[in-house]
Design a binder for this molecule. Structure first.
Ligand code: NAD
Ligand code: UDP
Length: 325
């Protein structure tokens, strides 16, 4: 059943990479109105260019750590707002903690007031540097509470806690998605995450910067697969956290090879120091998503990379038309 059709949705952080794809999908599914609230700290109005003429779409400039409300019904609140790349949250540690705590609570207040479903974008980072592999939702994680990543990890752990508390205390209908590394068009070329980093380096004819010895693992999910899982979760009645990600795990060295193959370039590897507390391994166990949502990723890495590379080529060829800060 399409429970989005005819519904009004608020997307917090709608001008970001994932948020903008989500806005597009909700409109395509027939939402009566989609309202994005974003302070553009890491997002950009240009991510919403395709929606500018859509009469059912509204983009508002607002910092969600400040209260907000709307006249009329709201059926869904999607909280995608937070700096998300390690470079972004290292530069914005207080903002990251504030949006994850105050911002999440403001979103929950709106959902409580309107009787809306609240969907929280959580993250595989709540598992920290995991001692259990692959990561299942039952695992409680291994996070350094004062390390350089803690502003993000602990904000997201607090986010899950306050979502659970609003559900228990006020009966708010909540969903929690634990997103694993996701990539695709509209990532920022210089946000420091490995996909834009490697693709950008290959486009410029530079070497790949591999942190550490490249033996750490990640599992990369294409954005359309993730959005499909998020919408399935929103439409479901599943209140426990659900991992969404692609279980195809690889080392960073293997991933560099995949980018090189996809781009036909000749970039070599330049090793750089491993950032502190960089998780050594990460792979989602998606049994819960498969069982409860009938979801699994469909896009092959080769195909997702082709789309992503085409986007970054356009960014490089038309500076100014796309976000690049
Ligand atoms: P992004 O930086 O592109 O998007 C985040 C958006 O939130 C931006 O548009 C930013 O301007 C906005 N924002 C931040 N603080 C705000 C505030 N105080 N008020 C209003 N808007 C604010 O990042 P993304 O990759 O699209 O991530 C979206 C969500 O998904 C985040 O919550 C992130 O933690 C989560 N997530 C992403 C990944 C991934 O691989 N991309 C993995 C795990 C979790
Ligand atoms: N990484 C790398 N070179 C880069 C950027 C990142 O080797 O230029 C590594 C990073 O150390 C991590 C992995 O790639 O092990 C994924 O990093 P990213 O920042 O994309 O996401 P994370 O999973 O760390 O949040």
């Amino acid at each position: 059943m399409n429970r989005i059709h005819g519904k009004r949705a608020v997307v917090l952080g709608g001008a970001g990479f994932i948020g903008s794809h989500l806005c597009e999908r909700l409109l395509a599914d027939g939402a009566s109105e989609v309202i994005s609230l974003d302070n553009f700290v890491t997002g950009d109005e240009r991510n919403l260019a395709a929606l500018r003429m859509n009469k059912r779409f509204v983009s508002l400039h607002h910092d969600i750590t400040e209260p907000f409300s709307f006249d009329g019904p709201v059926h869904y609140v999607f909280n995608m707002a937070s700096p998300a790349s390690p470079i972004d949250y290292a530069q914005l540690p207080i903002e990251t903690l504030r949006v994850g705590s105050l911002g999440t609570e403001n979103g929950l207040r709106l959902a409580h007031h309107k009787g809306a479903v609240f969907l929280q974008a959580s993250t595989s980072e709540i598992y920290g540097d995991p001692m259990v592999h692959p990561q299942r939702e039952e695992y409680w994680g291994n996070v350094n509470p004062i390390g350089p990543r803690s502003c993000y990890d602990e904000a997201k752990r607090y986010g899950e806690a306050i979502v659970a508390a609003y559900r228990r205390a006020y009966g708010v209908s909540t969903r929690i998605v634990r997103i694993f590394n996701t990539y695709g068009p509209r990532m920022r070329l210089n946000d420091g995450r490995v996909v834009p980093a490697f693709v950008g380096q290959a486009l410029r004819g530079e070497d790949f910067t591999v942190f550490g010895d490249g033996s750490q693992t990640r599992s990369f999910c294409y954005v359309s697969d993730l959005i499909d899982g998020i919408v399935r979760l929103a439409r479901s009645d599943v209140e426990e956290p659900v991992n969404l990600g692609n279980p195809r795990e690889q080392t960073l060295l293997q991933f560099a090879e995949a980018v090189r193959a996809a781009m036909g370039g000749s970039s070599h590897i330049r090793f750089k120091p491993l950032p502190q507390n960089d998780p050594q391994q990460r792979q989602p166990d998606i049994t819960r998503a498969r069982t409860l949502l009938g979801w699994e990723p469909r896009v092959r890495l080769e195909d997702g990379l082709r789309e992503t590379i085409a986007y970054f080529r356009s960014v490089a060829e038309h500076p100014g038309a796309y976000p690049s800060h």
